[in-house]
Design a protein around this ligand. Sequence first.
Ligand code: DC
Length: 221
Amino acid sequence: MNRRLTVAMDGPAGSGKSTVARRVAEKLGYLYLNSGAMYRAMTLLAIREGVSPTNVEELVKLAQSCRIDFADNGQTTLLNGENVSEQIRTLEVEQIVSDISKIAEVRPAIVNQQRRIGNKGEIIAEGRDVTTVVFPNADLKFYLDASVEERARRRFAESKAKGIDCTLEQIKEDIRIRDEKDRSREHSPLQKAKDAIVVDTTDRTIDQVVDLIAEQIISLQ
Ligand code: DC
């Protein structure tokens, strides 16, 4: 019998969770839910509407009135029907998304949208709080991690490939700061769920991690 499982995966920046979640979803024909993309879409909307990251009341109204969806099995992010996949990756969005996503009052509206998308199962959700807050009853939970050095090396290689001028030391420092912010924020901090399977990706290839996770899912279906 094939059960329509809900799979949730959290982890720090550079742990490989986005690539792994997307690839596992492709392999199994599951829907890939990138929860970070939804906070980015909400941030883009705030920028467009001229709403400041400190204007909680207006931000809540925006979060409650917008509709965020995915197409092409999670590759395309739609904000009120418009394809914003590229615009949510700009530096402008990058710089304020953590200020908006840390606001407690904004999160419930986005979490509701994540549950709306995920409620039929056959989904792999990925983010910072999908194992703890969004889908606490997920059938399978994973926590992906890797050493700071390895995560910095991965981000460094990605940045170099995009032609961005940076040093490995700078990236390592950025990762340390982002880890600290993600783990210490008051609402929905990044933490290992008690029932999550921890996968250390430091010395594993993407293919090895994808296979390991896909096997666990298949064995439970
Ligand atoms: O994974 P990402 O870098 O695209 O996430 C963008 C931002 O959204 C990041 O600052 C953390 C935040 N985020 C969150 O607060 N909760 C999630 N479940 C996913 C991302």
